[in-house]
Write a protein that binds this ligand. Structure first.
Ligand code: GLA
Length: 796
């Protein structure tokens, strides 16, 4: 809800409040963002007492406003009339440059006379029950009948230029979003040096900024820095995409915040380009968080009558620690960012041929993989890179979106039909933003590639980027892909983007506008994505950028899921998926079971672990199932069956990080849950582990059971001789015969318990193998092993 009393505004979600007022000068004082400052009863009281006539909000403002009555030492006083107001000490909703607030600005402009002082003052405010959609960028939305939005318009004190600040309130997920639009009503062009999306002035210091960093195949490493003075920054400076080096999602919390308790703010941007966020402090009593488009390398010439939109910033607050914030953020992303046909639908289990074949396939080898997958119950076959043009390796063909009939003699249509006949849906890989020098597209349109005339160009994966800021390029891609998408029965598209930017330049932009290129690229890309997703609403799109190099809310506005990493090693994936889980729900992250030794790490991880970790994502396989042993094929079929049974809980439940190597999902109605425990490093002797859950309904009774994992006798190696009547040579003929005929079903852990008991004390698990004995209750829990436990409610 949004309350207004004169020029005091309260934005209220279920458990958080955002409070501000207009100062006599017209600047907007930010008084509070965080825990709720009003109860539901007080709200009723406010309405009963005449809403805007009520004194409640003004009384509250008197409590929280800064008591600034004296000039501050060597600070700049804003104006004679407002003496002694020094903007430097005021918590503000937005800051410009040049009037005494010398902290990090949200807006930086250069006017035609070279001056860069701007001073935006309150002009008007409007509360509405419809959400404003941005024109050039994707943004959040709601299905609810009555939305809640506040637009505050500010005008510069000297120039005819306005700043609209849009606040959207999503009460049920404790989320508020902000965006900003700059409008030039004057006669001269203004240079926008930065227009960030939000600014939060905390009236305290000592906050910490948590951000997520990495590199290709090694995304989302969590890093935390306390900001006691100066500035902590999270940015993607020049990659030209939201990036694996620094994801745009960040958290601000206190050093004593834990997974389950304490203040936590989650911040993200609905944007896929270079981004910037920072937490700074004067080291005494104020901290400032800002985020938006990366200002380095950016400038925008805003002509008379023109508008410029900053991306939407998402802000989620929780007093229940990191976990509380994550679950609210997940709800927001699932309901207000992801959209369309697939939003609430269970995502299909897929088989992708990339790690099974790379470029080396033909129709028959693909059909063999599909046949095996169909037998296991898989639902979708995805043909990855290499099906088009002269694409036999990664040196040629990008840009030529025409099927290679040497590899696929029946074309995409024929292949899709054959796959469909097996009962599988058919999906395809594309990388539309790129071109190889060795391609018909480049030969026909060299001017479409991003490069600087007369200068040598740096390539990545031997490919160049198409200039998406050009309408002709956008139109070509829309047309070429529309033809591909309608050429066969295609149900799924993986949209890849495999290099970062260099040599940024567009032949269509004048020199003085060249710093607009990177942002214009994304405006163009979003137009292409919007057009194609609207034209093919039932296709399930999965974003990808050499794995998770463009994993952000901008992409998720069009594509409901993104391939999380090119690293398919389940052990690394636990870290990567845990990293994503702070800001992104399970059903936005593509996760597959691949072959061992793993192709990225050469690590051999048990099949059950590979499955258990991938199940906490949009699940699939990426290996040649036909090459597995029969026992493993059976195991795969069993995994598929299990996943289908619990898929709804995995994909739409509430996610809990029980600890570093334990995840849990709980159905929204608390009727079922699945937990994963993982053994990072096994030690001898026994730890008598307990599984302490989170999120179960305390008043309900649950039946608990582990997913039984068969044990191969050969996994005991030469220990077999402690039981065998004759000597068995390890891996010898007798060993193999015993392994074939002697089946060990694996331990069973079953219990019936109240949610209160499971959440409060945990379930004592059967012992794991500790070097001193083995029975049918013993859990084989070697380094790299994992176990899933399901919880089914028996009574309410
Ligand atoms: C990227 C993707 C992979 C695969 C290859 C194909 O690396 O992340 O999953 O699609 O491209 O070239």
């Amino acid at each position: 809800m949004i309350l207004r009393k004169g020029n005091i505004f309260l934005l209220q979600t279920k458990k958080s409040s955002y409070f501000m007022q207009v100062l006599p000068t017209g600047h907007i004082e930010h008084m509070h963002y965080g825990a709720s400052i009003i109860t539901a009863n007080q709200y009723e009281e406010f309405l009963k007492n005449g809403g805007a006539e009520s004194e409640l909000l003004s009384d509250m403002a008197k409590v929280l406003a800064i008591k600034h009555k004296n000039e501050g030492g060597n600070m700049v006083v804003y104006s004679e009339e407002s003496y002694p107001l020094c903007l430097e000490v005021m918590p503000l909703e937005m800051s410009g440059f040049g009037k005494g607030d010398i902290r990090e600005p949200m807006v930086e402009l250069t006017f035609d006379n070279g001056a860069s002082t701007c001073d935006f003052l309150f002009e008007s405010a409007e509360i509405s029950d419809e959400l404003t959609a941005l024109k050039t960028l994707p943004c959040s939305y709601t299905d609810e009948e009555k939305a809640e939005q506040l637009v505050i318009t500010l005008k510069d004190s000297s120039y005819d230029i306005r700043l609209k600040m849009i606040y959207k309130v999503f009460p049920e997920c404790d989320t508020i979003t902000r965006s900003a639009i700059l409008i030039n009503n004057g006669k001269d062009t203004v240079k926008v040096d930065r227009l960030l999306s939000n600014q939060i002035d905390f009236q305290s210091m000592g906050y910490q900024l948590t951000s997520f960093h990495g590199r290709w195949a090694d995304e989302m490493g969590k890093t935390t820095s306390v900001c006691n003075g100066g500035k902590v920054v999270n940015e993607e400076l020049a990659a030209g995409e939201s990036g694996s080096r620094s994801n745009p999602f960040t958290m601000v919390s206190m050093p004593d915040t834990t997974e389950t308790a304490g203040e936590c703010y989650g911040f993200n941007l609905v944007y896929s380009g270079n981004h910037y966020s920072s937490l700074s402090t004067n080291g005494t009593f104020l901290s400032r968080f800002v985020s938006g488009i990366q200002p380095t390398g950016f400038q925008w010439a805003l002509g008379p009558g023109e508008e410029f939109e900053a991306p939407e910033a998402v802000m989620t607050y929780s007093g229940d620690g990191f976990g509380g914030m994550s679950r609210m953020m997940h709800d927001f992303v699932r309901k207000h960012i992801v959209r369309g046909y697939w939003r609430d639908r269970e995502r299909p289990i897929l088989i992708n041929n990339w790690e099974a074949t790379y470029f080396n396939f033909n129709q028959s080898s693909l059909l063999r993989i599909a046949k095996e997958a169909a037998k296991a119950g898989v639902e979708l076959f995805v043909l990855d890179d290499g099906w088009f043009g002269a694409r036999n390796d990664d040196h040629a063909g990008l840009g030529d979106w025409v099927v290679n009939t040497k590899k696929l003699p029946d074309g995409l249509k024929g292949l899709a039909e054959k796959i469909n006949e097996m009962g599988l849906k058919f999906g395809l890989w594309v990388e539309p933003e790129m071109v190889n020098k060795d391609s018909d597209l480049f030969r026909a349109h060299p001017e479409w590639a991003v490069r600087i005339p007369g200068r040598s160009h740096s390539v990545g994966r031997t490919q160049m980027i198409l200039d998406m800021s050009r309408t002709d390029v956008q139109d070509y891609i829309i047309d070429a892909l529309s033809k591909v998408f309608s050429s066969a029965n295609i149900s799924y598209i993986k949209w890849d983007m495999n290099r970062i930017f260099s040599d940024r330049y567009s032949l269509e932009l004048p020199a003085e506008r060249m710093k607009e290129f990177q942002h214009r690229y994304y405006i163009g890309l979003y137009r292409v994505m919007r057009t194609l997703t609207e034209k093919f609403p039932q296709i399930l799109f999965e974003g990808c950028s050499a794995g998770g190099n463009r994993f952000d809310l901008g992409i998720l506005c069009f594509f409901p899921q993104i391939w999380a990493s090119d690293d398919t090693d389940a052990v690394c994936r636990m870290d990567i998926q845990r990293g994503y889980s702070y800001g992104y729900p399970v059903n936005t992250q593509g996760a597959h079971v691949s072959a061992v030794p793993n192709h990225q790490t050469l690590h051999t991880v048990p099949l059950e672990t590979r499955f258990s970790v991938a199940a906490f994502g949009c699940f699939g396989y990426e290996l040649n199932l036909g090459e597995l042993a029969d026992t493993q094929k059976k195991q795969v079929a069993d995994q598929v069956e299990f996943y289908k049974k619990w898929r709804k809980v995995f994909q739409f439940g509430d996610f809990y990080r029980l600890d570093k190597y334990r995840f849990m999902v709980v159905a929204k109605d608390k009727s079922a849950a699945v937990a994963l425990i993982f053994q990072k490093e096994s030690r001898p002797n026994n730890d008598y582990l307990a599984l302490k859950t989170m999120g179960l309904d305390e008043g309900s009774i649950y039946e608990v059971a582990n997913r039984q994992v068969a044990v191969n006798v050969k996994e005991f190696g030469s220990l077999i001789n402690t039981m065998a009547p004759i000597h068995v040579k390890q891996n010898g003929v007798i060993h193999n015969i015993i392994a074939r005929h002697y089946k060990m079903s694996g331990e069973k852990d079953e219990a019936v318990a109240t949610g209160a008991m499971l959440n409060g004390c945990g379930l004592r698990l059967n012992p794991d193998y500790g070097g001193t004995g083995y029975g049918e209750d013993t859990r084989m829990f070697r380094t790299g092993d994992a176990r899933l436990y399901v919880f089914a409610r028996v009574t309410e």
